[in-house]
Design a protein around this ligand. Structure first.
Ligand code: SF4
Length: 294
């Protein structure tokens, strides 16, 4: 049986990958954006700097950004495995990764108004465990930056100011409004995770879970796929550009999910992820093997 300490070490490896190795689909999207921007423009220079930084971080296995973000993890595990053990192991892994400078000491206790110094605090990291029928453990995590978290937004429909009713057109208006209001803050080009429905808590959580998706995947639901493509195209016509310098690369991807809602409520929750879309995923088999996932 694998011990808590062994799980901690495995999770440290996942965190190291998330913090230092930007996923190939995100790098490819940044490169495509760079090619779209005019030579000599601030937009192209910003993307050049971002891409050079991504290369350096990858080669040196050092954090991609000085803000190493909030760790969020979703773990699928076999029936009967202790979720308490997995949560403890992941929290310990955050502390170990912080001590190895794979993460910055990034957790503040707001009651004491003090940085805890080890990367963990009440609610940090956020660990979601779910049983499944397989015998492997699958881990999918994000490091969600603070600047981009600040420009997330939640809407309650109907919203007269946006002329947004309780329908898919209203949802689109809210998501585009959130991108417009960000104006490049939160380190554009961003990646949008959105959810319509749910309550205020579950909606935001699902919007973040959408950020686990590859940028080049397509939503299996045709209505949502069409929305994702339309919002992506419209967002990139806003002229906001990388870091708000102007240009065609405002958003690299849009991912939308939905949840059931009460008749009285219709929320649209938008999580904005910066270009440093640090995600990592791995599957650990019972024989100790590890398979890195996209
Ligand atoms: S928003 Fe993202 S890229 Fe910008 S400082 Fe924060 S973590 Fe870094």
């Amino acid at each position: 049986m694998t011990s808590t300490e062994q799980w901690t070490e495995r999770f440290v490896e996942v965190i190291a990958r998330a913090s230092t190795q930007l996923a190939p689909d995100v790098v490819a999207a940044l490169q495509r954006g760079r090619a779209e921007e005019e030579e000599g423009s601030l937009a192209r220079k910003a993307l050049d700097t971002i891409l050079a930084n991504v290369d350096l971080a990858r080669d040196k296995w050092q954090p991609i950004c000085q803000d190493t973000g909030t760790p969020l993890v979703w773990i699928h595990h076999p029936v009967g495995m202790s979720t308490r053990m997995l949560s403890q192991a992941f929290t310990e892994a955050v502390k170990v990764a912080t001590s190895r400078q794979l993460l910055r000491p990034n957790a503040v206790d707001p009651l004491l108004d003090r940085n805890t110094g080890h990367g963990a605090a009440p609610g940090i990291p956020t660990v979601h465990c779910e049983e499944w029928d397989e015998d492997a453990v699958e881990v999918r995590m994000l490091l969600k930056g603070g600047g981009c978290e600040n420009v997330g937004a939640q809407y309650s429909l109907p919203n007269p100011a946006l002329k947004a009713d309780r329908n898919l057109e209203g949802v689109k208006r809210c998501i585009l409004d959130a991108i417009y209001r960000a104006q490049g803050k939160g380190c554009a080009p961003g990646i949008i995770g959105a959810c319509f429905g749910g309550d205020r808590g579950s909606g935001y959580l699902e919007s973040k879970r959408q950020l686990l998706r590859r940028l080049d995947d397509r939503n299996p639901l045709p209505e949502l796929d069409a929305m994702e493509q339309e919002i992506l195209a419209k967002a990139n016509q806003l002229g906001i550009g990388p870091m708000g310098f102007g240009g065609k690369t405002t958003v690299l991807g849009v991912k939308i999910g939905y949840l059931g809602r009460l008749p009285a409520s219709y929320f649209v929750s938008v999580s904005y992820m910066c270009w440093a879309n640090r995600r990592a995923a791995a599957r650990f088999s019972p024989d100790g093997g590890v398979q890195w996932l996209d």
